[in-house]
Design a protein around this ligand. Structure first.
Ligand code: HEC
Ligand code: HEC
Length: 269
């Protein structure tokens, strides 16, 4: 009898150990299905389809909604058409746009031509925008994609859509071809894919909305860094406000990508 209890107790111990490990030891990550790139076949497109394509880019590849969302880290764009008219007349306007379409285009590739009051890089007194040039860097929208996004913004803000569908059988060199996404191999690729550099200074990127991560491994442990990605609200970095960093990376990332990122950041000293 004594042996029976011993064995039972030991078994329970082992089982609860495994249970605890699988529930708390392994980060709970659901790998998302790889997003399939839109193939741009502009020749056959109607304006409605072109606008819808712009919406997809806005919500997807463009990473616009990382910042332009209800959390208030960037201005809402639901009246961008009407606002553009006002901005171009403002004494602080430094750009060259004459029309709403040109203003939006300029906002995308030279964000600092006009910085919406209260949204400038901290310390720049609203002269420098924290928004990246979305035609370069990690986002890299081409002219056709920019045009689609502009058409979408004009349409969704209730302005007249003045954009014309570009006349080219655009099969952009990059972007269109890969149907199956190759597994990411380096932490830099992970950082680009998830847009960390939009908000953080890290891996040659110069985002300015969140803390500089170029030496984050000096003071932060791997556990802290993992939590900062999976549950950004758990600890708010000193000098910053909560509600800014997207809480969805845990659902989007593959476990391998997360561990690559954590190891990489822990080594930044
Ligand atoms: C890293 C955050 C961030 C990302 C990503 C981002 N923006 Fe912005 N955007 C801002 C901020 C902050 C402003 C306000 C400062 C300024 O005027 O540049 C802004 C301003 C704008 C403006 C001018 C608004 C106005 O009222 O004058 C437009 C248009 C715009 N963004 C469109 C986009 C689009 C389209 C994308 C995606 C392709 C995008 N943004 C991605 C942060 C971002
Ligand atoms: C839209 C902007 C934004 C994006 C995109 C973003 N972050 Fe952040 N992040 C922030 C802000 C703001 C903070 C500070 C507030 C907080 O701690 O939640 C922060 C905090 C952090 C911290 C904690 C730093 C410290 O010193 O405590 C880490 C680590 C971090 N982010 C990593 C990442 C990684 C990795 C990615 C990409 C997978 C990413 N962030 C994407 C805005 C962003």
């Amino acid at each position: 009898m004594k042996n029976f209890f011993k064995t039972a107790f030991f078994s329970l111990l082992v089982i609860s150990g495994f249970w605890g490990f699988s529930n708390f030891g392994i980060p709970q990550i659901k790998p998302a299905p790889p997003p399939v790139e839109e193939k741009l076949d502009l020749g056959a497109m109607t304006m409605d389809q072109f606008i819808a394509l712009g919406g997809k880019i806005f919500n997807g590849k463009g990473t616009c909604t990382l910042c332009h969302n209800a959390m208030g880290r960037a201005p809402m764009l639901d009246k961008v058409g009407a606002n553009a008219e006002e901005r171009m007349k403002d004494a602080r306007y430094k750009g060259e746009a004459k029309t709403v379409q040109e203003y939006i285009h300029e906002s995308l590739v030279k964000p600092s031509a006009y910085v919406v009051a209260g949204f400038g890089k901290s310390g720049s007194n609203d002269t420098e925008s924290p928004m990246p040039d979305v035609s370069g860097g990690g986002i890299g929208l081409n002219e056709a994609e920019l045009a689609a996004v502009i058409a979408y913004l004009q349409d969704s803000s209730g302005s007249e859509v003045t954009v014309e569908i570009p006349q080219m059988d655009a099969a952009p060199a990059e972007g269109a071809a890969p149907v199956e996404e190759a597994a990411l191999k380096t932490p830099e690729e992970v950082i680009v894919k998830y847009g960390c550099g939009m908000c953080h200074k890290v891996a040659d990127q110069v985002g300015a909305l969140g803390p500089d991560l170029t030496k984050v491994g000096k003071s932060k442990s791997k556990d802290y860094l993992r939590q900062a990605i999976l549950d950004p609200e758990a600890v708010i970095a000193q000098g910053f406000t909560g509600g800014m960093m997207p809480p969805t990376f845990g659902e989007q990332m593959k476990a391998k990508e997360l561990e690559m990122l954590v190891n990489y950041m822990a080594g930044l000293k």
